[in-house]
Design a binder for this molecule. Structure first.
Ligand code: SF4
Length: 293
C-alpha cells in the first residue's frame, strides 16, 4: 500500500501521476505565501519504506507512466539516494516514462553539476522550481531565501545538467503598489531562464498562515483585486520576450486559465485577458469561491 502523510501537493500538470513521498515537508518552509507544509516537520523517509511502496505500485498499478516525487524538495536527498530511488522506480514500473519533482534553489545549488547530470541520466526529467518574482525586494519580503540572480543561476545549472524546467511565478506578491515592477522584473527573469514551462499562480492566503501584512512588514499591504491580478498577468505576458516558453495559468488560484506558447500565442493570450478584463461577468473568469490552492 501507499501511505500518504497529508496534506499532499502536486503541480496541476501532475494530476495523472502517481505521487510518492520521498521526503515529508520542505527544508526551507519559510516562504510567506506558502502554507503547504506548515504543519509538517521536514523528514527524509526511510528508504525501505519508500521502496516497499514502489514495489507495491509495481505489483498493483499497471501502466504507470508518470511519477511525481513529493513533498517539497527532492534535492534535500543526496544524489546517490535519488539515483537509487529512480533506479527502483524504472525497474519496478516498466511503463514509466518520466519522473518529476519540486526543487528548491537552496538544496539544488548545493549539488555538483556531475551529480545533477547523473540524477538526470537516472530518469528525473523535469523540475518544478519557484521563482515567485524577479524582484529582489519582493523575494526578500516573502522570505524566499534566495535572490533572483541565485535562482536564475540555479535554473541555468539545472538546464546544463539536462533537466526540463517548469518555473512558477506568483501574481499579487507585490500588492498593488509593486505590481508593475513585479511583472516587469519577473518577465525579465523568465526571459533569462527561458524555461520549457512558465506557470503563474495568484496569491491566496489560508487561515493556517500568519498575517501576510505582518510577514512582509507592511500594514497597508493588500491583495490584488481580480482586475488588478488580471492586469498584472497581462503585463507579465506582454513583457516576456523569450521564444518557445509554454505559458500557463491553469492553477485553480487564478482568475483566468491561460495556456499558450510564447511568442506565437501572445496576441491570443493578451486578447483573451483583455476580453475578460472588459467583462466582469465573463464565464471565463473564475469566481472567488471557486479559487483554490
Ligand atoms: S520552498 Fe517551496 S515548499 Fe518550501 S516554503 Fe517555499 S514555496 Fe513552500
Amino acid at each position: 500500500m501507499i501511505h500518504y502523510q497529508e496534506p499532499v501537493f502536486r503541480p496541476p500538470s501532475e494530476a495523472d501521476s502517481l505521487i510518492l513521498q520521498a521526503t515529508y515537508g520542505c527544508t526551507h518552509n519559510r516562504c510567506a505565501f506558502c502554507s503547504m507544509y506548515q504543519g509538517k516537520r521536514f523528514r527524509v523517509r526511510p528508504e525501505e519504506e519508500l521502496f516497499s511502496e514502489i514495489d507495491w505500485a509495481g505489483r498493483h498499478l499497471p501502466g504507470v507512466t508518470r511519477v511525481f516525487l513529493a513533498d517539497g524538495d527532492a534535492f534535500a536527498l543526496s544524489p546517490r539516494r535519488l539515483i537509487r530511488i529512480l533506479e527502483r522506480l524504472y525497474q519496478r514500473l516498466p511503463t514509466l516514462e518520466r519522473v518529476t519533482a519540486y526543487a528548491s534553489p537552496q538544496n539544488f545549488r548545493a549539488r555538483k553539476l556531475e551529480d545533477l547530470r547523473a540524477v538526470r541520466a537516472a530518469g528525473l526529467r523535469m523540475l518544478y522550481l519557484g521563482l515567485e518574482s524577479g524582484d529582489d525586494e519582493v523575494l526578500r519580503r516573502i522570505q524566499k531565501g534566495a535572490t533572483c540572480e541565485r535562482i536564475v543561476e540555479v535554473c541555468r545549472r539545472a538546464q546544463e545538467a539536462g533537466f526540463d524546467l517548469s518555473i512558477t511565478v506568483i501574481l499579487g506578491l507585490a500588492g498593488p503598489a509593486g505590481s508593475a515592477r513585479h511583472a516587469e522584473k519577473t518577465a525579465a527573469a523568465l526571459d533569462r531562464i527561458q524555461p520549457r514551462y512558465a506557470s503563474a499562480l495568484t496569491l491566496m492566503r489560508t487561515p493556517r498562515q500568519p498575517s501576510f501584512e505582518e510577514v512582509v512588514g507592511d500594514p497597508a499591504w493588500r491583495d490584488l483585486t481580480p482586475e488588478e491580478a488580471l492586469a498584472e498577468c497581462r503585463a507579465l505576458v506582454a513583457a516576456m520576450q523569450a521564444d518557445g516558453v509554454e505559458f500557463r495559468s491553469n492553477h485553480a488560484s487564478n482568475y483566468l486559465a491561460l495556456k499558450g506558447r510564447l511568442q506565437r500565442d501572445k496576441p491570443t493570450l493578451l486578447a483573451l485577458i483583455d476580453r475578460v478584463l472588459a467583462d466582469p461577468r465573463s464565464p471565463l473568469r473564475r469566481p472567488e469561491f471557486l479559487r483554490a490552492l
